[in-house]
Ligand binder design. Structure first.
Ligand code: SF4
Length: 353
């Protein structure tokens, strides 16, 4: 069993299980306790990262602690935390650190979450303002226990950030809101800049890797978000190294483009503990380059595919690139429309009706 320091859960109930800093898996992942162990493979050189030492990393950590905030960077044991926090990038995880789902790849604790904290949107907004973030990513655990899946809390958080930090662009990484009719509309109406929902893996692996989710529901969510607000940037991510084939990854890319998703992230799956899904293989950097090349050919506005890519890795820099890519695309479309007789430039003149 790996030694993993428990992080500061809002509920505090999990921390009580720690004995001398040693993780108590039956409490953090009770549903996985009786599974047989999957030995953790040694990471290849390209997956290794340095331990965080930068002073700004510690400042970011302090702001998070003072505002009693949970971050997915810690909860999910992200490998890039040292680099991200040293640049004041932190992905805020709202609605607590306990999830009602139990995905086979995820290190977030499973259990019955605490009631919603109505002051949390204001604390998130305060942290965003104090860190002077250009771009913030807000995500959450899955809250199947709430009638709206937490959509109202997402919307309240977006509004609080807009009020406290009007210059900050906002990205939400939402759950799938399965069986939560109207939830997506509530989030989109709050006008985030980016709506991200990760497909995570190929359809074949959903029953094992993401048993509480449905591939086509997640895809429809992304499609619907774009229909509700065409100005919204949509984004999705995949992990590789779980046993998927190249052709299946390419099919997911096609599905995402059918849903008009703008931005695709692809990164290597890393196994958090021996009770989680095994890494089928470490995908070579050259294969990531191949995925990136194929995705660009399929006309995503932006692609990030590297072994260490995570859905919110370099999110602020990527958001700027996404905006530029859309503007360049629009300029090109207008230029073609101007050069080719009969091609609409998006105004009324092309309408026959
Ligand atoms: S729904 Fe999200 S937070 Fe919950 S277990 Fe799955 S990946 Fe982790």
């Amino acid at each position: 069993m790996p030694i993993r320091t428990l992080v500061n859960h809002q509920a505090g109930s999990i921390a009580a299980a720690a004995a001398g800093g040693r993780e108590s898996l039956p409490l953090r992942h009770p549903e996985k306790a009786n599974r047989s162990d999957n030995p953790i493979q040694r990471k290849p050189a390209w997956m290794r990262v340095k331990a965080p030492t930068h002073p700004v990393y510690h400042e970011t950590r302090t702001v998070m602690r003072e505002n009693c905030l949970v971050t997915v960077c810690e909860e999910a044991a992200y490998p890039n935390i040292g680099e991200c926090w040293a640049q004041r990038h932190a992905t805020m995880m709202i609605m607590g650190g306990i999830c009602t789902r139990a995905c086979a790849f995820c290190n977030v604790a499973t259990g019955l979450p605490e009631p919603l904290d109505v002051d949390e949107p204001a604390r998130v907004a305060d942290a965003v303002a104090r860190l002077d973030l250009r771009h913030v990513v807000v995500t959450s655990v899955d809250r199947d226990d709430l009638s709206d899946g937490g959509a109202g809390h997402f919307a309240a958080t977006i509004r609080a950030i807009r009020a406290a930090a009007p210059g900050t662009t906002i990205e939400v990484l939402t759950p799938g809101f399965l069986r939560k009719d109207g939830a997506l509309e509530v989030v989109v109406e709050a006008r985030p800049d980016v709506l991200n929902h990760n497909l995570e893996t190929v359809p074949k692996l959903y029953p094992i890797v993401r048993p509480g989710a449905r591939y086509y529901h997640s895809l429809r969510l992304l499609d619907q978000a774009k229909r509700l607000d065409p100005s919204l940037f949509t984004k999705s991510g995949l992990m590789v190294g779980l046993g998927e084939e190249r052709g299946e990854v390419l099919q997911v890319m096609d599905d995402l483009r059918s849903a008009e998703v703008d931005f695709l992230t692809i990164g290597q799956y890393l196994q958090p503990t021996v009770k989680h899904a095994a890494v089928a293989r470490f995908v070579e950097p050259a294969e990531f380059e191949d995925h990136a090349r194929m995705a660009r050919a399929k006309a995503f506005l932006l692609v990030s595919a590297t072994p260490l890519t995570r859905s919110s890795y370099h999110a602020d820099r990527d958001f700027a690139a996404l905006r530029e890519a859309r503007e360049a695309h629009e300029r090109k479309r207008r230029a073609i429309a101007g050069a080719v007789p009969g091609v609409s430039n998006g105004t009324q003149e092309g309408d026959a009706s």
